[in-house]
Write a protein of this length. Structure first.
Lengths: 233, 457
């Protein structure tokens, strides 16, 4: 069963009088429990595709089915709710709140959750998540007291706090050295295997992409080819 | 998002940059502190000014009898004998806007002590409440006569400072006997100095005694000099056992039964008139109501039909009351202007810093939107943040302002008056400033596009 299905997605930006087409008919299926990498050079449209997949932006035309629901036409508030309860985001630059502890950072999305989550419950879930990413002893540390890899793990814990079925990672290792990159990628692997979370990693680095089950290449607004890591074996 | 969590988030955000939060809120702190201090000190001074103007007699309402006329000859204001002590009692009982009242019997005659004599400006026969009406209750020495002295027509009196100066010079007058028209009075008190009134006449040149004493023992009848028609009646039948040693000019309205009877009963049961009723209104603003009530009461008591003219005159101190109310108004308006300007400046400061804060935290806003914050969550977060900033500033301002005015009272001895109204207003206004000046930055924050905001450097 497909978790995500894109049907003929177009996205056109209007800059002044000019129409700039960025996505030109993208169709894509991603099954539940996949670990996919979205690759492409800069300007290829992979960030735009990522924004549409993450419901941060709306396609100009085409259908986006998420969890058997057409979400391409959702209003801003409905998309906010959708992002809150079905998606997690991990960014290249971590985007943690400065001067707030790891625990506060992780529990932050809970305050926008639709159902009421008590403070005690929020604390419990946040510390549980931090334990999952191996930072149980760093709960009261602020981002400035954590290494890059630890910061990214806090960000992963934050993305998972609402137990979303899908996780989007936008260049998650872009700011990390190779050793911590590996740590983070192992973490994704583990989450994918053990919890069955669908993970989509956007990257331009083949070394990162090879950790994925499947590589989706996008060039100039269209999906070029799909291949397993290692180049079509 | 629950409000308590929003407030906590706001505190967290402010804690991230405590120095800036402090400097931002300084505008509100200073504004509110200034308002509170000004209100407390201003109210104190205003109350003190009002009190001193009131002691000049601004709240006083005078009730005089009407005019008597005989054969086309008018005897001028106050010459009819229409006011009675019963009127005074009725006014006190039936007029809620009148706080105190005193009947007055006037006399003008010589006062003798030892080998000195003096004719005081005013000799008033009255009741102890006269001092309440004139706001003159603190005596320099001794005490005022009592209601019992009034009932018994006791021969006691209280002197003004100038009169003491003239008669006693360095001596203490308390317990000494003076003579008024050959009736001897014991001095039991000395009034505090009050100085000249607005017309320049010396208010300390005064002698106060129970009105019954002045009425029945000294003058016999009021207005001996003015009311020519009645004074021409008889002097031969005058009997006054108390001053019969010296032949005086006493006269009575009606012939008295016998010498013994008069000696036994110095207050003959007969129609008695008084020269004046002095009343004090509850406050300057109650004066018109007091006049209205007094007028109705007296018309009813004197059985005056509607359409007929009053047989009495009522006078108030319009000039003084106007000064009083305009002083207070001016003071309040001035304070209000200062307060508004201070808070406006503070509010602009808040808005400025909130705009900077929104720009600076663009990525945070983007992140919050990405994890599910709706536009109205962001709007509320920034609004709450600016309101919290303003309320904290307002709270500190209230404490500082109150502390400041306490210091002023302690070291400069200025009167201050606590003003709970101003404190409540300060809290409301600072919250209002937070909402008004925080709204635009918060609105800008909520309009951000999450993609743009996340990419913002």
């Amino acid at each position: 069963m497909d978790l995500i299905e894109l049907k003929d997605i177009y996205k056109t930006y209007h800059i002044g009088d000019m129409d700039v087409p960025v996505l030109k008919g993208v169709s894509l299926r991603i099954a539940r429990g996949e670990l996919a990498a979205l690759m492409g050079s800069s300007g290829s449209g992979k960030s735009t595709l990522m924004n549409i997949l993450g419901c941060l932006d709306r396609p100009s035309s085409g259908e986006y089915w998420l969890n058997q629901k057409e979400v391409g036409g959702f209003s801003a508030d409905a998309r906010a709710l959708l992002r809150n309860n079905t998606m997690g985001f991990v960014f290249q630059s971590f985007n943690l709140l400065p001067r707030a502890t790891a625990l506060e950072n992780v529990s932050m999305p809970l305050s926008y959750a639709a159902g009421h989550v008590s403070d005690k419950e929020a604390r419990k879930r946040a510390s549980e998540m931090l334990g999952r990413v191996g930072l149980r002893d760093r709960m009261d540390h602020e981002p400035s007291q954590l290494s890059g890899g630890q910061q990214q793990r806090v960000a992963i814990a934050r993305a998972l706090i609402n137990r979303p079925p899908v996780l989007f990672a936008d260049e998650p290792t872009g700011n990390l050295d190779s050793r911590t990159s590996d740590e983070v990628l192992q973490m994704f692997r583990k989450l994918n295997r053990e919890d069955g979370i669908t993970i989509i990693i956007v990257t331009h680095d083949p070394a990162v992409a090879k950790h994925a089950d499947r590589i989706i290449r996008i060039t100039d607004g269209v999906i070029l080819d799909e291949s397993a890591p290692g180049g079509g074996d | 998002m629950k409000i308590h969590r929003t407030v906590r988030t706001a505190f967290l955000a402010l804690r991230r940059n405590p120095m800036r939060a402090m400097l931002t809120t300084l505008g509100i702190v200073i504004g509110v502190a200034a308002v509170i201090a000004m209100m407390e000190i201003g109210n104190g001074s205003s109350a003190a000014i009002q009190k001193s103007i009131a002691s000049m007699g601004a709240n006083t309402v005078l009730i005089l009898p009407g005019t008597a006329a005989s054969g086309g000859v008018s005897f001028g204001s106050g010459s009819a004998m229409t006011l009675t002590p019963r009127d005074y009692e009725a006014i006190l009982r039936e007029c809620p806007s009148v706080s105190s009242a005193a009947p007055v019997v006037r006399a003008r005659t010589q006062v003798v002590y030892g080998n000195r004599n003096w004719v005081p400006n005013t000799i008033y026969g009255t009741t102890p409440s006269f001092l309440d009406v004139r706001e003159w209750t603190d005596l320099a020495e001794g005490e005022i006569f009592t209601e019992r002295d009034v009932l018994n027509a006791n021969k006691v009196c209280v002197l003004g400072q100038s009169l003491v100066q003239q008669l006693f010079q360095e001596e203490s007058p308390i317990g000494k006997e003076i003579r008024i028209k050959n009736v001897s009075f014991r001095v039991i008190g000395v009034l505090s100095a009050k100085g000249a009134n607005m017309m320049g006449s010396d208010q300390d040149d005064i002698l106060l005694a129970p009105w019954t004493t002045i009425k029945y023992r000294v003058t016999g009848s009021s207005l001996v000099n003015t009311n020519q028609s009645s004074s021409s009646a008889d002097t031969s039948t005058t009997v006054n056992s108390l001053s019969s040693l010296y032949p005086g000019g006493q006269q009575s309205l009606y012939p008295v039964g016998s010498t013994i009877q008069a000696a036994d009963n110095p207050m003959p049961v007969r129609f008695t008139n008084i020269d004046l009723i002095m009343t004090a209104a509850v406050s300057a603003s109650e004066i018109p109501a007091a006049i209205q009530q007094v007028s109705e009461t007296l018309r009813e008591r004197h059985r005056i039909r509607s359409g007929e003219p009053d047989d009495f005159n009522i006078r108030d101190m319009t000039e003084m009351t106007r000064t009083l109310s305009s002083t207070t108004m001016l003071m309040t308006n001035l304070l209000l202007c200062v307060a508004l300007i201070a808070l406006l400046v503070g509010g602009v400061g808040i808005m400025n810093i909130m705009l900077v804060s929104v720009t600076e935290r663009t990525r945070e806003i983007g992140l919050r939107m990405a994890v599910g914050a709706r536009a109205r969550d962001i709007l509320r977060q920034f609004l709450v943040e600016s309101v919290v900033l303003c309320l904290v500033g307002g709270g500190i301002g209230i404490l500082l302002g109150h502390g400041g005015s306490l210091l002023v009272q302690l070291f400069l001895h200025w009167p201050i008056q606590n003003s709970p109204g101003a404190i409540a207003a300060a809290v409301l206004v600072s919250a209002g400033v937070g909402i008004i000046f925080g709204y635009y930055p918060a609105w800008r924050a909520s309009r951000l596009d999450p993609i743009e905001a996340l990419r913002y450097e």
